[in-house]
Write a protein that binds this ligand. Structure first.
Ligand code: GLU
Length: 441
């Protein structure tokens, strides 16, 4: 049974980097007919906010990344206590009392001596009396998992064969001095108890994976298949970490990006397969293959989302945009004709209302100095109406005969005079819809 999870911490809005993780896990479950869990990693009560939990759900729903089950770590603390007890029983858990300053000093000393800054396990040598004394002085200690100092290996779904020497990694802290359980243990307990079979996450978690594999084994669980995707960079390869805040999914939504444009891009970016515009998650799942992703950092350019959005809209039937068309004030009986005229010429749904406004209220004419006389002469030849699909052809033919202009020199000044723009739908379709022609003067 394939079970995956997306496990955001609700400490902020989720962004394109998180989306990559969510989407890959979602697609693996979907393709296999398995279960996709949304797990809220909220063991940190100070930084976790309900507002972000709500926002995460809203953002995933916007994209159609619906979950079969939702779990909150803050509601499962008793499970983590039980796991910690078990680790204690089997001698894999020990209490430490160093302060952050002391630990920092140890690290600096090690680095100065050219050694890796790995925790020296000094606390393992403390007698029960010594611990009792420290506890009385400093309060409860923090608890570390005792790694078996051997090589930890796994075959990563993206990175291939990985081997990490556990002796080069500090024993991870699983419970803080204030009693707070850290994600590292909570995640392992959840993955075991929820039967998670595949874990996809960012390559910043590779070391976590090594230690978590030992924890899963110590707790008698089955190690899932791990895959670590590369991190996103900006278009020039620059780090995105500071800018990810501006690439929140809700901001992309507000800027008019279409869900399927974003999903189509993210399902292929960083893989050897080309980006193909898809109209449903089922289609995306069919063509999804995690083994096609590479380990190199993946370049992401937010501007790539707009041409894809425009192409998607161009292919959409009226039914898919009916609400936006109605909200723009288009009467139902004109909606179909209006949409068919504009749909190939818009970038986002935000362009719908301005086109309707242009048809209803006319556009400020744009007339270059050398075209002033020409446009005036042309306007005199434009019939009062009603105008239909043949009007543009008949009119421009008459203007051509009267002025001798042809081609671009004939059509472009007229387009700009009527619509105020140099781009747009076929003018023979635009003209009959223009209720006000300001260029008539
Ligand atoms: N809450 C963790 C994070 O957001 C989850 C990592 C994981 O997938 O295990 O980084």
């Amino acid at each position: 049974m394939t079970t995956t999870r997306f496990a955001p911490s609700p400490t902020g809005y989720i962004h394109v980097g998180n989306l990559r993780t969510a989407l890959m896990n979602f697609l693996i479950a979907k393709k296999a007919g398995g279960t996709f869990i949304l797990r809220i990693d909220d063991t940190d009560p100070e930084r976790s906010k309900q507002e972000y939990v709500d926002a995460i759900q809203e953002d995933l729903e916007w994209l159609g990344l619906t979950w079969d089950r939702i779990e909150r770590q803050s509601e499962r603390l008793d499970r983590y206590v039980a796991a910690a007890d078990k680790l204690r029983e089997i001698g894999r858990f020990y209490e430490c009392f160093e302060t952050p300053v002391e630990l920092d000093l140890k690290r600096k000393k090690q680095l100065n001596m050219g050694k890796p800054p790995v925790y020296d396990r000094a606390a393992l040598a403390l007698s029960d009396d010594a611990k009792a004394k420290l506890r009385a002085e400093r309060g409860d200690g923090h608890w570390r998992f005792k790694l078996d100092q051997e090589r930890i290996t796994w075959t990563d779904g993206i990175l291939g064969d990985i081997s990490i020497d556990a002796a080069s990694v500090s024993d991870p802290v699983l419970i803080r001095g204030d009693g707070q359980f850290l994600y590292t243990l909570a995640s392992v307990v959840d993955d075991i108890e929820m039967g998670v079979s595949h874990v996809v996450r960012g390559s910043d978690h590779v070391t976590n994976t090594a230690t978590q594999i030992q924890m899963i084994e110590a707790l008698g669980g089955t190690v899932p298949t791990f895959a670590h995707h590369s991190l996103l960079t900006g278009p020039q390869g620059e780090s995105l970490s500071k800018r990810l805040g501006t690439l929140a999914l809700r901001d992309l939504r507000a800027s008019g990006v279409e869900p399927m444009a974003l999903l189509s891009l993210m399902a292929r970016l960083g893989s050897s397969q080309p980006v193909e515009l898809r109209s449903s998650l089922d289609e995306i799942a069919e063509g999804f293959d995690i083994s096609q992703f590479g380990s190199a950092p993946t370049k992401f350019d937010v501007n790539d989302l707009y041409p894809l959005t425009g192409r998607l809209l161009g292919e959409m039937p009226l039914s898919a945009v009916a609400d936006d068309v109605a909200a723009a004030g288009v009467p139902a009986d004109q909606a179909e004709a209006f949409w068919n005229v504009i749909r190939a010429n818009i970038t986002t749904r935000k362009d719908i209302a301005p086109w309707w406004d242009l048809f209803e209220n006319g556009a400020e004419p744009v007339i270059d100095a050398e075209d002033v006389a020409f446009v005036k002469e042309a306007m005199a030849l434009l019939p009062e109406g009603p105008l239909d699909g043949d009007s543009w052809g008949a009119w421009t033919k008459a203007v051509k005969e009267a002025t001798g202009r042809k081609g671009r020199g004939l059509f472009m000044p007229l387009r700009k005079a009527l619509t105020g723009q140099s781009h747009g739908p076929d003018m023979s379709e635009v003209l009959p819809l223009l209720k006000v022609i300001k260029a008539r003067g």
